[in-house]
Design a protein around this ligand. Structure first.
Ligand SMILES: Nc1ncnc2c1ncn2[C@@H]1O[C@H](COP(=O)(O)OP(=O)(O)O)[C@@H](O)[C@H]1O
Ligand SMILES: [Mg+2]
Length: 243
């Protein structure tokens, strides 16, 4: 089982939108996909049509007392299941920090899913605490949406520094420009001459698009209701660049 994490220090940069659309593209390509919504807001699960949050606490999950597998729900999409978010996920950092081996927590929790799934996608809440460190270690790829602005690039630098500091090893951090708006001079300039931290970025990015916003109306991945849209094509290209 491969594990991709959608992660950023920042909120509102397009992690959840990318998690949902990448999960859909992967399932369509034949992978057996589980999307674990680690965010207490539960937006990823909601976009996939799942109404019921998982009533679990981070404490019980981290302690191993909660059998996570029983919370997995099928979605209306073939080969795509979801482990919904839970309001009880608000204190991941404190709970993981208190564990005996904080960095190994996520790795241990996801291991059983490798029997059933070929790809796990983790949709992370923003932040750079114990959860992030554990995710960075568990994931094969950490995919970081970066809005083409100096602040967003600074957040990426912090993540890269964190990865170096924590020596999380094999993890590959893959940034991509997200919510890019070429009508804006600043966005255009950063896209045209990206800084060194973006050099690992695949040659694809996701533009600012109304179709992505409309995911909230349809509660579905873009490709299901706007298959020919640029946004659908860009998420597919992003998936292909990662696969
Ligand atoms: N490419 C995009 N174009 C336009 N709106 C977007 C795009 N990506 C995300 N959004 C919108 O921005 C908001 C934040 O996106 P989201 O994926 O939830 O970010 P995060 O998970 O990083 O907090 C949402 O309202 C979403 O619909
Ligand atoms: Mg999110």
């Amino acid at each position: 089982m491969k594990t991709f994490a959608l992660y950023s220090l920042k909120g509102g940069v397009g992690k959840t939108a990318a998690a949902v659309n990448l999960a859909f593209e992967a399932a369509r390509a034949g992978e057996h996909v589980l999307l674990w919504d680690l965010d207490p807001q539960g937006a990823a699960s909601w976009y996939l049509g799942v109404d019921e949050a998982a009533e679990v606490s981070a404490k019980r999950v981290v302690s191993g007392k909660e059998a996570l597998g029983r919370h997995v729900q099928a979605t209306v999409h073939d080969r795509l299941s979801v482990l919904p978010g839970s309001r009880g996920y608000r204190d991941w950092d404190a709970q993981i920090h208190a564990a005996r081996q904080p960095r190994k927590v996520l790795e241990t929790l996801i291991d059983p899913f490798s029997e059933t799934f070929s790809l796990l996608i983790l949709d992370c809440p923003p932040g750079i605490g114990a959860l992030a460190t554990s995710v960075l270690r568990a994931a094969d790829r950490v995919i970081v949406p970066v809005v083409p602005t100096p602040l967003s690039l600074r957040a990426l630098d912090e993540v890269l520094t964190h990865v170096d500091d924590k020596k999380v090893g094999k993890t590959r951090v893959i940034p991509f420009f997200s919510m890019a708006d070429r009508r804006r001079r600043l966005h255009r300039e950063l896209i045209d001459s990206p800084p060194p931290s973006m050099k690992k970025a695949p040659d694809v990015f996701v533009d600012y698009a109304t179709h992505v916003e409309k995911m909230g109306e349809h509660r579905a991945p873009v490709a299901t209701f706007a298959p020919r849209s640029r946004a659908a094509g860009q998420y597919r290209a992003l998936y292909q660049a990662l696969a």
